[in-house]
Design a protein around this ligand. Structure first.
Ligand code: AHR
Length: 483
């Protein structure tokens, strides 16, 4: 039986901020060191210490924004440790993540070099937990002040004349947890104080992000909105998809059918969370000026055997791809309130785009979802009207007369027949998809192309009627040029 949907192509919904496709890179495990930064003496091909295979692959995703340096690490990070000649930089212990020595070779200048190479925007997360107002304020001055000032002069001494652009600045991270175990009442006051000194130098306005709630902590959201709405541009939300309880992380591969669905269920909870948090935000900000910034999301699974538990290194399968596409569909649905999202994390940590092993690199199924979805960036939402299907997630958008329709069949073994009335005349159509034979189909360093983007042909276009059969465990995107 075919399931029927109508696309209201003539009515353009809210714009999907391209920043929903943001990334996150923390000083955690092998994300920054090895994943991005190999240093200037490395035999791995690099430009100014940044590995080029990774940069080239990421550029293909048109990454709109990159969050750095954490995460929990942000509230331990003292930015002055990471500037000046590398040989003089202070070595610290990364107490959150594996207790390793952090040599601070990747600091502010290296981050902006990466931002430049990727052609992306910077989202810098400041330290409230163990920093000071002055430290945060001086960092902003160092990065963004053009004229003469103590921090701008210091930046020049370190080899950078012009300021960088800091589009987004986070005032603390998880202040309810690793960022200081604060109450919302206390953090709300601190936020008001700290953000005052995130100064705007010259023309450049910095978008200020308050630390928001963990998952369904609605009291935190209520308190922050009540205390600080006029002082923020965005407020964060963190939600990770789990296959079981937080303290019982399940394996990324070799899992039973039950866990295929429990992980997907957990990812789908994002819809309820955004809905309920938005209702609270609407009370204080009915015009939706303040963005909900989901700056950590993705699947959090058991670390790979033999890896350092503090490195959060996990494989990435077709099931994680489902988590990504379903979550992106949810963000599209809430495009009026979700202004940015940053999947955790870009390389070698949690639900990554890319995994590396020394000089080798593989693209994950999640990478291919971001590739399949990239045309949704900055497009307007198109409503897909029809009965909700238990195993299908989908979203559509239009930009420059091109309709993009993405469909996920997350049934573990059954294909699905779908029919769409596109509502407008079609000039040309093409489709690509990813699929997996096994529940845990994934790419490895020995076999890197198990999951890769392929052309999808199992469809018929009859006038403006599109009929298709989508296999189980598949994510497909149609690119439809309208006449
Ligand atoms: O992404 C890993 C960690 O998860 C981040 O450092 C922290 O903010 C969250 O708890």
């Amino acid at each position: 039986m075919s399931n029927k949907y109508i696309l209201n192509t003539r009515i353009h919904g809210p714009k999907i901020s391209k920043e929903i496709y943001g990334q996150f890179a923390e000083h955690l495990g092998r994300c920054i060191y090895e994943g991005i930064w190999v240093g200037k003496d490395s035999t791995i091909e690099h430009k100014n210490g940044i590995r080029q295979d990774v940069v080239q692959a990421l550029k293909n995703l048109s990454i709109p924004v990159l969050r750095w340096p954490g995460g929990c690490f942000a509230d331990e990070y003292h930015w002055m440790d990471g500037i000046g000649p590398v040989e003089n930089r202070k070595k610290i212990v990364n107490t959150h993540w594996g207790g390793l020595t952090e040599n601070n070779h990747f600091g502010t200048h290296e981050f902006f070099e990466l931002v430049e190479q990727l052609g992306t925007q910077a989202y810098v997360n400041g330290n409230v937990g163990s920093g000071s107002v002055r430290e945060m304020s001086e960092w902003v001055e160092y990065m963004t002040m053009d004229g003469e000032s103590p921090m701008a002069d210091l930046r020049r001494e370190n080899g950078r004349d012009k300021p960088w652009r800091v589009e987004y600045f986070g005032v603390g991270n998880e202040s309810w947890g690793c960022g200081g175990h604060m109450t919302p009442e206390y953090y709300g006051e601190l936020y008001r104080q700290y953000q005052t000194y995130v100064r705007q130098y010259g023309e450049q306005k910095i978008y200020k992000i308050a630390c928001g709630p963990n998952i369904d902590d609605y009291h935190w959201m209520e308190t922050l909105m009540q205390k600080a709405t006029p002082f923020m541009d965005g407020i964060s939300l963190h939600h990770y998809a789990l296959a079981d309880e937080w303290l019982n992380k399940r394996p990324a591969t070799g899992f039973p059918v039950k866990e295929w669905y429990s992980l997907i269920d957990s990812a789908q909870k994002m819809d309820e969370l955004i809905t309920k948090h938005s209702q609270i935000m609407d009370k204080y900000d009915p015009d939706k000026r303040v963005g909900l910034i989901v700056d950590e999301w993705g699947s959090w699974l058991k670390v790979e055997e033999g890896s350092n538990p503090g490195f959060l290194y996990q494989q990435n399968t077709i099931r994680d791809a489902m988590v990504a596409s379903i979550t992106l569909d949810i963000f599209h649905k809430h495009a009026d309130r979700v202004h940015m999202a940053n999947i955790a994390q870009m390389i070698n940590v949690l639900q990554s785009m890319i995994l590396t092993q020394d000089e080798k690199m593989i693209l994950t199924p999640t990478y291919h979802v971001f590739e399949l979805y990239k045309n949704h960036q900055d497009a307007n939402v198109i409503d897909v009207h029809g009965s909700k299907h238990d195993f299908v997630s989908q979203s559509a958008s239009v930009k420059d007369n091109v309709l993009t329709l993405s469909i996920t069949n997350f049934h573990h073994e059954d294909s699905v027949e779908l029919n769409y009335e596109l509502g407008l005349e079609v000039y040309s159509i093409e489709a690509s998809y990813i699929t997996g034979d096994e529940l845990d189909a994934h790419n490895t360093f020995d076999n890197p192309n198990v999951i890769t983007k392929q052309l999808f042909n199992d469809y018929k276009l009859d006038g403006s009627q599109l009929n298709l059969t989508l296999p189980s465990k598949s994510i497909c995107t149609f690119t439809i040029k309208l006449s």
